[in-house]
Design a protein around this ligand. Structure first.
Ligand SMILES: C[S@@+](CC[C@H](N)C(=O)[O-])C[C@H]1O[C@@H](n2cnc3c(N)ncnc32)[C@H](O)[C@@H]1O
Length: 258
């Protein structure tokens, strides 16, 4: 075990090895975002939890260890066999189950999960009007769905992309349009009759975590996407200049009506 990646705001995540995090990261620290999200979820030991868009299953392993839940680690871009190897390395093979499935063709029984979480992923597949109507059926009545994503800190129209973000976002096609505000998510998710929106908010000073994680990964030579240190640098510079005026992290929690 190497040195942990400490951040006082996220004590649970602060126990985890920095090299392991840098190797498995696919966005601005899934462990920090997952810990923030779980702070307002009613997770109980033994629950069945779907980690939707789990990437390299880092957040899934974190959930199993920290909250003693069983996790179905579902992803599209990352093969299930690769995630299974990582899960076995961490000796979590009795509690974390990797699944390769597209968000619109999920293989689960309705009402199978006690809770669903999704970090830095829901905006890729959940922006259509009817997605939650189908997705919410996978959780039991009374169960929660928690979403944490990069997003706008204020409710801006898509056309109002700030000039200081242009150079970076020109290379992140479509990102701005999917990074929506807490108010947007509240309206969007609230249209689904199956659920009640419990919470939609913005991480205070989340941009500072975004910048610090970007700097740390760059310093460790693990820029994201791989081989694009130039783009990762542009991202850090843009987020630092923005200083939370327009971008940060947003979460929303809904509960399926009983
Ligand atoms: C930016 S990565 C984040 C991964 C991980 N949650 C993290 O934060 O490190 C977005 C993830 O969403 C998943 N994803 C995107 N579109 C998807 C879809 N249509 N169905 C299932 N997963 C999808 C991708 O496979 C990818 O791993």
């Amino acid at each position: 075990m190497g040195e942990p990646l400490r951040n006082d705001r996220f004590p649970r995540a602060s126990k985890y090895d920095r090299d392991w995090i840098f190797e498995l990261q696919m966005g601005p620290n899934a462990l920090w975002l997952m810990e923030w999200l779980c702070g307002d979820l009613d997770l109980q030991p033994g629950m069945r939890v779907l980690d939707m868009g789990c990437g390299m299953a880092m957040s899934s392993m974190f959930l199993a260890r920290e909250y003693d839940v069983q996790v179905w680690a579902n992803d599209l871009w990352i093969p299930a066999t690769d995630n299974w190897r990582r899960i076995c390395e961490q000796r979590l093979d009795d509690r974390v189950f990797p699944i390769h499935a597209e968000a619109n063709a999920l293989p689960y029984a309705e009402e199978f999960f006690d809770a669903i979480v999704t970090v830095d992923a829901y905006h890729y597949f959940g922006l259509t009007d009817d997605y939650l109507d189908r997705f919410a059926r996978l959780v039991k009545p009374g169960g929660q769905i928690g979403i944490a994503v990069p997003g706008r800190t204020i409710d801006l129209p898509d056309a109002a992309k700030p000039a200081h973000l242009e150079t970076w976002l020109a290379e992140e096609e479509g990102a701005w349009e999917t990074w929506q505000s807490a108010a947007f998510w509240k309206r969007h998710l609230g249209r689904c009759d199956l659920v009640e929106v419990e919470l939609a908010d913005t991480l205070e000073d989340g941009w500072r975590d975004w910048v610090s994680f970007g700097e740390l990964t760059l310093a460790a030579g693990e820029a994201r996407p791989p081989g694009r240190a130039d783009l990762a640098r542009k991202e850090v510079e843009a987020i630092r200049e923005d200083a939370g005026r327009t971008l940060g992290f947003v979460r929303a929690i809904v509960r399926r009506r009983s």
